[in-house]
Every structure is written in C-alpha cells, then in structure tokens.
Design a protein. Structure first.
Length: 611
C-alpha cells in the first residue's frame, strides 16, 4: 500500500470511530505526561544547580575549599597563585543566609562573592563585585521576585529604593539592592536563590575577615592533574581539594533517594498509561480483526495489513505522545516545580525548570511504543495457522479468549517474580529494594489472569445455586465473553492501587520516622533559640546571647549547640554537636548498631562520634 492509501484509510477510521481513538490517545497522553513531568521535576533539582554552579565558576576546574564554614586563611590564595600550571585564581566566599524583602517572607539563599578581575574568565559577572558599596548587593531575578521586589525593575539597572534585610550568622544587616541579574545578562544565574556582594562586605557581615570558604583555580591546558597534586600538597588541615563542581555531585548524591522514589512513581504512571491505552484499543480490537479478515479475503498481503495497523498505531502514538509531552511540561512547571526546601541550607539551588532532551525523548518514544504494543493483537490473525475468516466463527467477542495454559504460565512467572522480590534485598542488600518492589508489581500484574478466572468461576458457581443471584450470573457470563478487556480493566485498577498503596505507605513511614527522630532531636530542651527558618540549626546565633538567656530568672540552664555541614568521605554530612551535659546526645531510636548506654557514655566523655 502507498502512503496516501494508508493515510486515507486511517482518516476514514477517525471519521467512523473517533471516540475509540480519542480514548486510546488520552490514555497514552496521560501516561506520557506523568512520566515526563516526574522525570523533569527530579532532574531539575540537580540540573538547575549545575547550571548555577557552572555560571559562578566560569572556566574554573579545581577548587581548594574549606571543609566547613570556618573557612581557610585568605593568604592561601597567594600560595595557590604561585603554583606551576595555574592560569588564574579567584578568592571566594559562600555562606548560607536568610533575606527578607518587601514581601516580608524570609528566603534562604547563598550569600556569595569572589574577587575576580574584569579580564578573568573565572567568576560570575564581568564587573568586579568590589565596585559595589559596602551595604549593596546584587540579586538574581528569581531571588528579587521571591523577596517581593518590583518585577518591572530593569535587570542590571539601579535599584536604589529597594532594601533587603540580610541575616548572616545570627545578625541582621540592612542592605541596598544595587542591581538585578536577568537571564539576558547572567544566563542561568538569574534563576538562582542567591545574593552577590563584594568580598570584603561578605567577610565583614560573616565576621570572617581574612578568611575564605574556597579558592577557585583555572589550570592550564593539560595541567589539571599536576595542579590537583600541588593543591593537595599545600592544603591545610580543614581544607579539601576537589573538582570545581563538587557541589553538583554532592547534590546528586543527596537527592538519590528522591530520584528512586520518583522513578518508581514514573514507572507506575507509565504502566497505568499503557494499560489505559490498551483498554481503549481493546474496544476496537473486534472491529479491527474483522477488517483484517475482510482484507485477507480480498487478497491483501499480510505485509500490507501489518503496515496498515502499525501506521495507524504510529500516527496515534505520535499525536498522543506530543500532547503528553506538552501536558507534562505544564505539570512540571505548575505542580512539580517546588524544590525540596531542606536542601537550600546545604546546596546552591535554583528555581528554574530544566528540560533536558533525555526525558522528552524517553517519554515520547515510550508513548509511541505503547501505542504500537496496544495494536499488536490483530496481527496474530496473520499467522499461517489461522484461517482467513476464523474471526467470524469465534464464540463471544473476537480476540477475548485467554487459554488456561497461558494463565498458568503467567501465574508461574508471577511466583518467580514474587520470590525474586523477597530474596533480592536479602541476598544483594537494601539497595535492591526498589527493584524488588518493581518485581512485586509485575508479578501482581501477571497473576491477575488466573486469579481473575478463579474469582469469576467461584462467583458463577455461587450464582448458579440460587435464583436470587441472577444479576451476578449475568455479570459473570459477560465477563467471560469479554475476558481480555475485563483483565485489562482489572490490571489497570490493580496497578493503580498497588502504586498508590506503595507510595502512600512509604510516605507515612517516612513521616513517622522523621517525626520520631525530630522529637528525640529536640527533646533535650524545653525551648530552642535558633534563626528564623533554620530548622536544622546550622547557622550561628549572636555572640553573647547564651549568657543573656542564662540571666533570666525562669531559666534553669542554658546549653549551647552547634550544627553545620561537613564534607567528609565524599559526602556532605549534617554535623550535630551538643554540650556534654546534654541528655540524649543522639536519637537512640535511630540506632541500628551499638549499645545506647555505652554510646551515650562515650559521647559525654568526649572524643567519640556517632555516624
């Protein structure tokens, strides 16, 4: 058949059966939209951060950075600049701060600066930040909007009337907004939750005069490893050498559980979408099989018939997948856009939705493949063992029968998958739990045909014993006549319920664990004094505040606490340091190895840690 003939026949089908094609396309589009939106939402966290980090770094490929916010000596930059193989060096400082603007809502952001020169290719903006006054900052467009600053301000222009309160290490500092960085001038940095100021300004605000949080290094061509070895040689205690974009790797590591959870949700969404499309296609299967029989009787070659069916499936898949990607784009920007707030205290985050080519291609190709798979059943009539007009002599609706042998084989495969889901985590470790859940889901899907047949047979046997259950008897006979369609509906409901129960169960388990852990975390005191929005207590409070609190008559004791983030062993760890006299130095309910009393005694004696 020529392409024009194929197009004519499909257009004719659309005119005669528009509702069937619409339902099939809707099922594919919903599945594609959910899969695409979940993938984009998951990848946007790390991809957006990566764009921001690379926007700040420029061509820097290495960094010597402090392991914590205590920083390193500023004079270290001079030693780095003298190393062989180093092209350029920039001193940098980056701290977590809280800003409050006209909106009145506090925003957690990264307060950053570097001392690059106009000719340097390492850094954020062309003009040196040192040209700013001591009480001025430059804000990315996303940060300005979050703070409630007028969106109509021209990016890069003066913003002398806008003032922001910056809280750095427990103290508030009023600063003026000297400019807004728009996408046309700062690229991806416009979507960052950050504030940029002069190096001396940030040092003064943080009480870190003479200290840096890192030294950015651009090595000469071919000298990367040499410069890394030299940096490791001169690195002082409390400093580490890493790739310039180490924050991106650490963020991807921190969001790995989130990617696993959303990946499972995407898989369930894809299965439900495929089953919805398959259900809709099943409505048209009898009519399609009759068309195949008529074409074979008229002498059409099997190859031409297969081309016709696959062409129609391809057209449906392309249109539905395109609609699904567009719908998924809307979902990813409107519903799944929010970044996990707990990450803002430890990583540079952005507000942009980053759409890569991989989610689009995978979702689009998956939708097309689903349409093609759903159209395969009529092709079974093209087998040589099948009579040309066999469909006309089939009892019930054509193509609805499922042999008992096939049901038993599918159930056997389900049992194997169930066993695999049980033993995989026990043999290979907890990291295979997600794969085990997927095996459990597919096993449940394959077990449905035999379980469904047993349920229908049992209901029919019960209904035949009394005249009062005539409706049940009628229902069972209808289900037997439309077995495949009934199985598809049952499978769709089963997978949807399975995914909902698994997701909600995991959600409740997570909240239960977090509530229990946090209850033990704060139980060591009646009242905590922290910075606003600092739920992990990682930012410093004003010096001398503890002594003032101790003089309050109603206060019996004041104990200091330190929280922060520490880069160790390739991870960004949350550091919790309590006073030695504090009871419950660690959440005993989370202990998986060790004796609580012995661990508590050693923690109080000093020189010991829990991990």
């Amino acid at each position: 058949m020529r392409l024009s003939t194929l197009a004519y026949l499909y257009a004719r089908r659309l005119r005669t059966h528009p509702l069937q094609e619409l339902l099939a396309g809707l099922g594919i589009a919903v599945g594609v939209a959910l899969v695409f939106a979940v993938q984009v939402a998951t990848s946007s966290i790390a991809d957006g951060s990566s764009q921001i980090v690379h926007g700040i770094l420029g061509r820097a490929d290495l960094q010597l950075r402090a392991r914590s916010e205590a920083g390193v000596d500023e004079a270290l930059a001079i030693r780095v600049r003298s190393l062989a193989g180093v092209r350029r060096v920039a001193r940098g400082i980056e701290l977590t701060a809280t800003a409050t603007g006209p909106s009145g809502h506090p925003v957690t952001l990264q307060l950053a600066s570097t001392d690059m020169t106009p000719s340097s290719t390492v850094g954020i903006v062309r003009n040196p930040l040192e040209h700013l006054a001591r009480n001025e900052v430059v804000l990315p467009r996303a940060t300005a909007v979050a703070l409630g600053i007028d969106e109509n301000i021209t990016p890069g222009g003066p913003v002398t009337r806008s003032k922001v309160s910056l809280q750095v290490r427990g103290r508030d500092y009023p600063v003026k907004v000297a400019g807004i960085l728009g996408r046309e001038t700062a690229g991806p940095l416009a979507a960052a939750l950050a504030a940029f100021a002069g190096l001396r300004t940030v040092q003064d605000l943080a009480g870190m005069r003479g200290r840096l949080t890192g030294v950015l290094v651009e090595s000469r061509t071919g000298a990367h490893e040499q410069v890394r070895r030299e940096l490791e040689r001169i690195a002082p205690q409390g400093a580490i050498v890493s790739d310039a974009d180490e924050d991106v790797r650490l963020l991807r590591q921190a969001t790995a559980p989130n990617r696993q959870a959303t990946g499972f949700f995407a898989l369930v969404a894809a299965l439900v979408g495929l089953l919805l499309a398959f259900n809709a296609m099943l409505l048209s299967i009898p009519e399609r099989r009759r068309v195949v029989a008529d074409l074979r009787i008229q002498g059409a070659r099997p190859f031409d018939i297969a081309r016709l069916l696959l062409f129609q499936a391809l057209c449906l898949g392309l249109a539905a997948s395109l609609a699904g990607v567009l719908l998924g784009d809307v979902l990813s920007r409107a519903i799944f856009r929010e970044s996990p707030g707990y990450l803002a205290a430890a990583f540079p985050l952005g507000t942009q939705t980053v759409i890569g080519w991989q989610p689009a291609v995978l979702s689009f190709a998956g939708g097309v493949a689903a349409a093609c798979l759903a159209s395969l059943p009529p092709l079974l009539d093209l087998r040589r063992s099948k009579a040309v007009d066999a469909v006309r002599f089939t009892s019930g609706e054509p193509g609805q029968g499922v042999s008992i042998r096939l049901r038993v084989r599918l159930f056997g495969a389900a049992v194997l998958l169930w066993l695999a889901s049980f033993w995989l985590p026990r043999i290979l470790g907890a990291r295979w739990q997600v794969e085990a859940i997927i095996a459990l889901a597919f096993g449940t899907l394959l077990a449905i045909p035999l379980v469904f047949a047993a349920a229908v047979a049992g209901a029919q046997a019960l209904a035949s014993r009394t005249d009062r259950l005539n409706l049940l008897l009628l229902a069972t006979r209808t289900l037997r006549a439309t077995t495949v369609r009934s199985l598809a509906l049952a499978a769709t409901g089963a997978i949807a319920v399975f995914g909902t129960v698994a997701a909600e169960g995991a959600h409740r388990d997570l909240l239960r664990g977090l509530y229990g852990d946090y209850a033990q975390y704060v139980a060591s005191a009646d009242v905590w004094v922290t910075n606003p929005g600092d739920f992990l207590a990682t930012r410093s409070i004003p010096t001398g505040l503890a002594a003032k609190l101790a003089h309050i008559t109603e206060v019996s004791a004041v104990r200091q606490y330190y929280g922060g983030f520490l880069d160790v062993a390739g991870h960004r760890a949350w550091l919790i340091a309590r006073a030695s006299e504090t009871l419950g130095g660690f959440p005993t309910g989370q202990l998986v190895s060790g004796q609580p009393r012995l661990a508590a005694a050693r923690m109080r004696s000093g020189g010991w840690i829990t991990l």
